[in-house]
Design a protein around this ligand. Structure first.
Ligand SMILES: [Cu+2]
Length: 384
């Protein structure tokens, strides 16, 4: 309500200023003077007003950077984070220098040339040297930023260490699930047709295939039975038939997995570990994330590790990083005993998007191995 009143006051203010200017124009037209005459004293006042405005502008900028500069991103806690932050700082230094210099020039020119009431401008049509300077300078600066940016991006996303720990981050409205690759460090395959109440990630192994085939059989049986109960105004028989065809198609696709499951090394998902609420990673070890989404576009965002990657339905995206500060150490650094690293969703994905997060615990390798050993493996969890 206050915002509405505030907006109304601003609109009424603008309208009244426009009306006042119109009255001013009309009175000038009546008097027969179209131009506004400015004397030396007024010119002098205006140029000093500009100086005050520019200095105030710079002072406000410095005040904002000093007061809120540390609010941009939390302290970096990953190996590539230092390079990422330096790239950001370099860009900001260039932008602030360029903006500062051009604004100072603008201020100097206004101050210097405002003195004469009717100054005569120099008529310059072309200046090769100037053209060369203002074309090559930005070109060189941009080339440096782009080359440095690409090399930093490549070092963050390519050349993943061979011994990285494989973890899957699975997004859906509105929570995250982490899946560890287990002892073989290989994530078992997954497919959306396998998703059920007991297998939210659609992970494929021999037992989840059996469960899913049974569920499909039950569903087909249920649909066939409901055909006899069709009543006017309800679901038509054609719709039920379409549904049966769809379920049978999905069942046939899952049957193909059953065929593959006869191969050796099929059940690599058996030792996978699935966790919700929080997930643990060891310090100073590279962690490779495979990111999936069940429903809409999400984005895995871990601000302390300078990591962000979209979670796209139907596509597996990747990001890897090496954490360098444990949660315990970070609690001391920040002076906050409740500190926790966070995995957030950084795409507005629906009504409860704001609450889509998971804690990340960074700990020593021993602590990590101990925690991991206590988690139930996928095949055990399936059997329960
Ligand atoms: Cu989301």
């Amino acid at each position: 309500m206050t915002a509405l009143l505030f907006s109304l006051v601003i609109i009424v203010g603008i309208v009244s200023i426009v009306q006042m200017l119109r009255v001013f124009d009309l009175s000038n037209a009546l008097k027969g003077t179209d131009e506004i005459q400015v004397n030396d004293q007024e010119t002098n006042n205006i140029r000093w007003a500009f100086v005050v405005f520019f200095l105030g502008f710079f002072a406000f900028f410095i005040y904002l950077v000093a007061s809120y500069g540390d609010q941009l991103l939390p302290q970096s806690a990953s190996l590539h984070g230092l390079e990422y932050d330096w790239l950001m700082d370099l860009n900001m230094i260039i932008i602030i220098t360029a903006a500062g210099l051009t604004h100072i020039l603008l201020m100097v020119f206004i101050f210097k040339y405002a003195k004469n009431v009717s100054p005569k401008a120099t008529f310059v049509t072309h200046n090769n040297r100037l053209e060369l300077i203002w074309t090559t300078t930005p070109a060189v600066v941009l080339t440096i930023i782009v080359i440095y940016g690409i090399s930093a991006w490549n070092s963050m996303l390519m050349d993943k260490p061979e011994d990285s720990i494989n973890i899957e981050l699975y997004a859906r409205q509105f929570d995250w699930t982490a899946r560890y690759a287990g002892e073989d460090n290989q994530l078992g395959k997954a497919n959306f047709r396998m998703i059920s109440t007991t297998n939210a990630l659609g992970v494929i192994n021999s037992s989840s295939i059996d469960d899913r085939l049974n569920e499909y059989d039950d569903k087909i049986f249920e649909l066939e039975a409901s055909r006899e109960k069709v009543f006017p105004g309800g679901v038509s028989d054609d719709e039920i038939l379409d549904n049966i065809i769809l379920v049978k198609k999905n069942r046939a696709a899952v049957l193909q997995y059953e065929e593959q499951s006869k191969n050796e090394n099929f059940d690599i998902a058996n030792d996978d570990i699935i966790t919700k609420v929080e997930f643990h990673i060891p310090v100073n070890k590279s962690v490779n994330f495979s990111i999936r989404s069940q429903d809409v576009l999400h984005s895995a965002y871990m601000p302390h590790f300078r990591a962000q990657m979209n979670a796209v339905p139907g596509v597996i995206t990747h990001f890897y990083f090496t954490p360098i500060i444990t949660t315990k150490e970070m609690k001391k650094i920040t002076g906050n005993p409740d500190f926790d690293y966070l995995l957030l969703c950084n795409k507005i994905c629906g009504a409860a998007h704001y609450n889509m997060q998971m804690n990340i615990i960074v700990e020593t390798e021993e602590e990590y191995n101990k925690w991991l050993a206590e988690q139930p493996k996928f095949n055990v969890a399936q059997a329960q």
